[in-house]
Design a protein around this ligand. Structure first.
Ligand code: UDP
Length: 328
């Protein structure tokens, strides 16, 4: 497969979400017809406002877990299923624990069924969370992970691990052309202001002049990737025909305290740092080894930190005050 364009029509589950909406836009730019499907529990139709009038774009409010999901989707036949639907921020999946497990299981089964019926390529958006609180650093795709199956994050981690197992079994049993991408922390415009994650929380706090709430001493690390780069990684995997799993993520590791300081510096805010309690099972260090993505997909992140954060801050700064205020 040379380009995703040849796949012609795509379904994006979770299409109204943060990464999903950017992906829909990119697929349309690439010349595909796109059906975005979302039940809007954590996604927001406003993320699709600029796409709604574009030729080839459709939105359908539907739960990927619904029985018969694959039966009657408008706009097919489809050549590509990008399965991104799932609550993804810790606050969301703690608020929706059973729904999160259901999305990883029934939702992924339905997405696979859809791909199988249409003879379509499927990409499962998995996560760095399959590595849990990793004991190997940086994390390669060959690492099996260190996950607490009954811990607070287990509903997300295990849902995605189960989804990976489903994809693997579907490939083996039905020959479904399904692939796995493990997405690491991604940031950018359209993150939900109240989703509880570090970037939107810090940006909102800095713009409001409030203290930035750094969990614990802030020495835990993450490696952030700008959303446009993450989306390029998803496209590259879709086009490649390879099964993965493949890590897609930023290769610059920073501490959460540094992240807070960068946000303060970039916004010119007078906010201070306030330390809050570290959530249970919060991973201590996280950084992808992206050798596989570089070598097999020719992919690497390209957007520097300053550019990415500037774009993110501008987007947040333009939101009406009432929208920028946190909501669950
Ligand atoms: N974090 C923080 N303050 C906040 C929100 C998050 O210090 O207001 C920390 C969180 O404890 C974690 C890191 O930032 O160590 C990244 O959290 P996020 O929710 O963005 O992503 P994830 O934990 O899923 O990597």
């Amino acid at each position: 497969m040379a380009t995703v364009r040849e796949l012609r029509r795509a379904v994006v589950t979770g299409g109204a979400g943060f990464i999903g909406s950017h992906l829909c836009e990119r697929l349309l730019d690439e010349g595909l017809e796109v059906l975005a499907v979302d039940n809007l529990v954590s996604g927001d139709r406003a993320n699709l406002a600029e796409l709604e009038g574009r030729p080839g774009f459709r939105f359908l409010e539907r739960d990927v877990c619904a029985e018969g999901f694959a039966d009657a989707l408008p706009g097919g036949p489809f050549g590509l299923v990008m399965h991104l639907a799932c609550p993804a921020s810790p606050a969301d999946y703690l608020r929706l624990p059973l729904e999160t497990l259901e999305t990883g299981s029934s939702g992924t089964r339905n997405a696979l069924e859809l791909a199988h019926r249409h003879g379509a390529r499927l990409v499962l958006a998995s996560t760095s969370e399959v590595y849990g609180d990793p004991q190997e650093h940086p994390q390669r795709e060959t690492y099996w992970g260190h996950v607490n199956p009954v811990g607070p994050r287990s509903v997300y981690d295990e849902a995605k691990r189960f989804a990976e197992a489903l994809v693997t079994a579907h490939r083996g049993t039905h020959g479904t052309d399904a692939a796995i991408v493990r997405i690491f922390n991604t940031y950018g415009p359209r993150m939900r202001p109240g989703d509880g994650r570090a970037v939107p929380t810090f940006v909102r706090q800095a713009l409001a002049g409030e203290p930035l709430t750094v969990a614990g001493d802030g020495s835990q690390t993450r490696s952030l990737c700008y959303v446009d780069d993450t989306v390029e990684g998803l496209l590259a995997l879709a086009a490649s025909g390879l099964p993965g799993p493949v890590n897609v993520g930023g290769d610059e590791e920073i501490t959460i305290l540094e992240l807070a300081q960068r946000v303060i510096a970039l916004t010119g805010s007078r906010s201070k740092i306030a330390h809050i309690e570290l959530p249970g099972d919060d991973p201590v260090r996280r950084k992808p080894d992206i050798t596989r993505a570089r070598e097999q997909l020719g992919w690497a992140p390209r957007t520097g930190w300053a550019t990415g954060l500037k774009r993110t801050v501008s987007w947040f700064a333009e939101l009406p005050e009432a929208v920028r205020a946190p909501r669950p």
